[in-house]
Design a protein around this ligand. Structure first.
Ligand SMILES: [Zn+2]
Ligand SMILES: [Zn+2]
Length: 349
């Protein structure tokens, strides 16, 4: 009975496969107890479209429409399969520039979510996990924005987060610093219930096994972020997507995981699946990894079991004149399970 707190489907994500319903059915077949649906939030500017979306001639309006359709579908699947699996309806954020805060607030006003994943996929507006070329471009962008900030005597460039201030570092060290500063601005602004792929910034770097705790200016930022997460009780996902991208372990890497464990951070499991084949991918290796690093338990979010009903295609909050509890994070609670018990279940599974 494992869990996944982060997933996508080909129905609503241009780089994923399969319908959302097929993914949910696979989660049921794999005996998942909790499956969180977390499609990407719609990006509002044409320049934020990924190459594959540009090829498909997508516009920001397409993304917004598709997200509305996703929400309707997710809520109806949650209702349809409620006796087989706990589905939590959420989204994964993007944190591209300061105006995202307002965009996320508007989205959360428009839709009621059970959960969301706080991720950073951009530094100084450039994607860091898409390709090596874009990663290199992100590095040079950070360096040139640093120069611009210095020349204007410390003023932050307009689309840069104020938390990202120039340093004397260059190259990969510099993008690690800027990534963790960007993440810190996201963490403090949103206090996300799940923190997505904490060390994603090293996916496209020269050697992803680089020890982040050995670079003082980076370690300082990693530790600050981890302490903040621990202070508000955020949960860091152990994300097995890294295993299918060629790493020997999930996100986050062992250097970071050990610091988190020491600082008392709580963990949840995520497959970050982008289609049926990736649901619960690599969970055996994931539990092994946690066990090796003396992590004894993982947490999961579960719906409190309040009733929500779809009637004539609309979510109703009233049945027979009785008010049903509202959808929302207030109806979700965190529970924990021992790794030992999970391993036993996984063997039977
Ligand atoms: Zn992500
Ligand atoms: Zn994702």
């Amino acid at each position: 009975m494992p869990f996944s707190h982060h997933s996508h489907s080909g129905q609503f994500c241009a780089h994923a496969k399969d319908t959302l319903e097929a993914c949910v059915q696979q989660a049921i077949a794999k005996n998942l107890r909790v499956f969180c649906l977390t499609e990407h939030m719609p990006r509002a500017l044409p320049r934020d479209l990924y190459p594959e979306e540009q090829e498909l001639k997508y516009t920001p309006q397409n993304l917004a429409d598709s997200f509305a359709e996703y929400y309707r579908t997710a809520v109806s699947l949650r209702d349809k399969y409620q006796h087989q699996i706990t589905i939590l309806v959420g989204f994964e954020i993007d944190w591209i520039r300061p105006s995202m805060l307002q965009e996320i607030a508007t989205l959360r006003e428009k839709y009621a979510f059970d959960i969301f994943v706080g991720s950073v996929h951009h530094v100084d507006e450039v994607p860091i996990d898409f390709s090596t070329e874009m990663y290199q471009h992100a590095i040079t962008t950070v360096e040139s924005n640093d120069r611009a900030a210095r020349e204007s005597s410390g003023t932050t460039p307009p689309d840069r987060f104020p938390e990202v201030s120039p340093t004397d570092s260059t190259g990969e060290t510099r993008i690690f610093e800027a990534y963790f500063d960007t993440q810190y601005s996201m963490l403090t602004a949103l206090k996300p219930p799940v923190i997505g792929h904490f060390d994603l910034v090293r996916l496209k770097c020269e050697n992803h096994t680089i020890d982040l705790t050995a670079i003082p200016s980076v370690y300082e930022r990693v530790l600050r972020n981890i302490k903040f997460i621990a202070s508000y009780g955020g949960m860091v996902e152990i994300n097995t997507a890294a295993l299918r991208k060629g790493w020997q372990h999930p996100y986050p890497g062992p250097d970071v995981l050990d610091v988190m464990k020491r600082e008392g951070v709580k963990f949840v499991l995520s497959d970050d699946s982008h289609g049926v084949e990736q649901v619960a991918y690599g969970y055996g290796r994931c539990l092994q990894y946690l066990h090796q690093h003396d992590v004894e338990e993982v947490w999961y979010y579960e719906w409190l079991g309040t009733q929500r009903i779809i009637k004539d295609g609309f979510l109703t909050t009233q049945v027979d004149g009785q008010q049903l509890p509202e959808i929302g994070s207030a109806n979700v609670e965190a529970k924990k399970i021992r790794i030992e018990d999970l391993k036993r279940l996984l063997r039977e599974w």
